[in-house]
Design a protein around this ligand. Structure first.
Ligand code: SAH
Ligand code: SF4
Length: 383
């Protein structure tokens, strides 16, 4: 947990860990609460600004600890109010964090890894390959950075960030411990005080980790489904070959059943023209999800260069939505936000120093098959 400086970064400590830290210094546990409020409520990153902490203790802290947020490379604000931060993490890669204001809510979309090893066929993060897991300080640091950009942190009721979704870059369940600690900090009153219903973890379906998550937290769960049968899902979401639908959906059902309290699973379904947007697939979805308490979120595909996929027409999205709706499902279509700053779902690319060499392989493959017809989508920013 210590940094290159040899100091421990207090930004990433949950309350029990912060208490243990103060005890290890021979200090009282209540100091943990004081320091956490300075860090997370007031955005302070220097011990000298913590006015209710005595000088002797401040000096002791300075000697062995620090509050080191991740480096902000850039901050962009879209004309629709969406904000995007590019953040450099210790591995040298960059990840992205997006803030989306909508209907009185403010949702922060947080990254958990630099890149992603799971290689879903329609995801630009996946095409970047994988570089590193983010530390707790780098994950919660995204919330810290975003909160601070709205000025001094006001009373809880006026806070800009009301919801957090682990839907940025990476597969959160493959960086389990750090993601869980970060979500604990998001929900802790000494952290960001966000309710468990408003912290959502999105997964492509790492089944054993869904089980483990259910044993220790009660955050909201979103499943990136994208296909109603194994044959198609194997192509779109390769981890389906390891954890197919017949084990995945029961694991999600168990997670939701444990939460009780009328909570439901969110199903995310990225709509790809002529691939998974047909009435036939809508009918299969209707059957597949019969026993799953859920709401469905259709995400029109956000194009990126060389993806090979297209966004369906509004008519086919509407047709798909209507069919599910008539069968009794609650279905929403996600509106694309922050297009002018490339902040839409699935467009987060950061700058990943790929360790899997996937991006190289991907480019090489494209070059090899240059004589085959390839659907090249203009990126949103080029339109
Ligand atoms: N790895 C996790 C969370 C990050 S992805 C997961 O897969 O759930 C967040 C969501 O964006 C996922 O549902 C993902 O499938 C979707 N997505 C990825 N690429 C997309 C694209 N190009 N257009 C629209 N949605 C996309
Ligand atoms: Fe990874 Fe999620 Fe993208 Fe799949 S959709 S490659 S799991 S970030």
């Amino acid at each position: 947990m210590t940094n290159a400086t040899g100091k421990i970064n207090l930004l990433g400590l949950t309350q029990p860990k912060m208490e243990a830290f103060f005890e290890s210094l021979g200090e009282k546990r209540f100091r943990a609460g004081q320091v956490m409020k300075w860090i997370h409520h007031f955005g302070v990153d220097r011990f000298e600004d913590m006015t209710n902490v005595g000088k002797v203790l401040r000096e002791k802290l300075d000697a062995c600890a620090e509050i080191r947020p991740p480096e902000v490379v850039s901050e962009d604000i879209s004309k629709d109010g969406t904000r995007k931060w590019v953040i450099r993490v210790a591995s040298g890669s960059c990840v992205e964090t997006v803030y989306i204001p909508q209907n009185g809510r403010g949702t922060l979309c947080v990254s958990s890894q630099a890149g992603c090893a799971l290689d879903c066929s329609f995801c630009s993060t996946g095409k970047q390959g994988f570089n590193s897991d983010l530390t707790v300080a780098e994950i919660i640091g995204q919330v810290w950075v975003a909160n601070k950009s709205f000025g001094t942190i006001p009373a809880k009721s006026d806070r800009a960030i009301t919801n957090v979704v682990m839907m940025g870059m990476g597969e959160p369940l493959l960086n389990f411990d750090n993601v869980v600690d970060s979500m604990l900090l998001m929900m802790d009153d000494l952290g960001y005080g966000i309710s468990k219903r408003k912290v959502t973890l999105s997964t492509s379906g790492v089944v054993p980790m869904i089980e483990k998550l259910g044993e220790i937290t009660d955050v909201a769960l979103a499943l990136s489904l994208h296909a109603p049968n194994n044959e198609l899902r194997n192509q779109l979401v390769p981890i389906n070959k390891k954890y197919p639908l017949e084990v995945l959906l029961p694991a999600c059902n168990r997670y939701i059943a444990r939460l009780g309290d009328k909570r439901v699973l969110t199903i995310e379904y990225t709509m790809l023209k002529d691939v998974n947007d047909q009435p036939e697939q809508a009918n299969e979805m209707i059957e597949l999800l019969r026993n799953t308490p859920c709401k469905i979120n259709l995400i029109p595909f956000n194009p990126f260069p060389h993806s090979g996929y297209e966004r369906p027409s509004n008519n086919s999205i509407r047709r798909f939505q209507d069919m599910l709706h008539k069968a009794g499902y609650q279905v929403t279509v996600r509106t694309t936000r922050g297009e002018d700053i490339d902040a839409a779902c699935g467009q987060l690319v950061g700058q990943v120093m790929d360790r899997t060499r996937r991006s190289e392989r991907y480019i090489a493959l494209r070059e090899l098959s240059a004589d085959e017809p390839v659907t090249v989508q203009p990126s949103v920013s080029e339109r």
